[in-house]
Design a protein around this ligand. Structure first.
Ligand code: ZN
Length: 271
């Protein structure tokens, strides 16, 4: 009885701290409650270290920011997008944002937790991306960071790996059999109600589209971007496509959402 009441308090505390939505309500309609067990500070620290390692390696192999014109273009577009992140979460305006371009044939771009952007030259060159299309892909990647999808996936992996004991200790430091069992049940429950990577992708498509529109980039470019990507994926499927399939469904969803973002784009253009 005693343990049960402790469990109830502990469980609700965990739910409150671990299940929250990272971004404010916006036109994109993205407001899913998220499972964020690991502290944001730890995730940000891990990402910053990993990003710095990538920069060091690229620097040594002389592949970092080689094309200054390309870097300046990517930086200008990224900065316009970053100027709008406060719409989705005010703390992100104070992140240590970084933008770099790696000379790499692969079709790839990412934004690590805390705002560490990397665009591969291959992405820009192979699809001959317009500024609007580049904004669509960078906006999508920034949206992953704003939604803290990386932290979410890491938290899921943490529960999968250390589930029972880790959750039990989080739930008040108890070590009794009942506590462990209860912790396990809660962990499993949370785990099975978690959406998959596809849901995170869908969110980033929606939020990224709004971010780009607010920065004055044409929302229809997200459609042509994924059409071009789709054409590339048929010849040689790069790694990017395993997590970012240029599916008909993805393109259709973006097509449907673009008109909703048009007023934001037009308003931004008039500024
Ligand atoms: Zn994505």
């Amino acid at each position: 009885m005693k343990i049960r009441s402790i469990m109830l308090i502990a469980a609700s505390t965990l739910m409150l701290t671990a299940c929250a939505t990272t971004t404010k309500n916006s036109v994109s309609g993205v407001n899913r409650s998220q499972f964020l067990l690991l502290p944001a500070s730890s995730v940000a620290e891990m990402s910053a270290q990993s990003y710095q390692q990538t920069l060091d390696t690229a620097m040594k192999s002389k592949t970092l920011n080689v094309d200054k014109t390309m870097l300046s273009r990517v930086t200008t577009i990224s900065n316009r997008l970053i100027a709008q992140v406060g719409v989705f979460r005010s703390d992100a305006t104070k992140w240590d944002w970084q933008v770099n371009v790696e000379k790499n044939e692969a079709l790839n771009a990412y934004c690590m937790p805390g705002g560490k952007i990397m665009v591969y030259s291959g992405l820009i060159e192979k699809i001959n991306a317009t500024d609007d299309e580049l904004a669509a892909v960078i906006g999508h990647e920034i949206a992953h960071a704003l939604r803290e999808h990386g932290r979410e996936r890491m938290s899921q992996a943490y529960v999968q790996q250390f589930g029972v004991q880790a959750l039990a200790s989080l739930l008040g430091g108890g070590t009794t059999g009942e506590l462990v069992t209860q912790g396990s049940q809660i962990g499993t429950q949370l785990f099975f109600t978690l959406p998959n990577g596809r849901e995170q992708e869908r969110e980033s498509d929606r939020l990224g589209l709004e971010l780009a529109a607010r920065a004055g980039y044409n929302p229809n470019a997200a459609v042509t971007l994924w059409q071009k990507m789709g054409a590339q994926s048929q010849s040689a499927p790069p790694e990017f496509f395993s997590t970012h399939p240029a599916s008909a469904n993805r393109i259709k969803n973006l097509q449907d959402l673009a008109p909703k973002m048009m007023p934001l784009y037009q308003a931004a253009k008039q500024k």
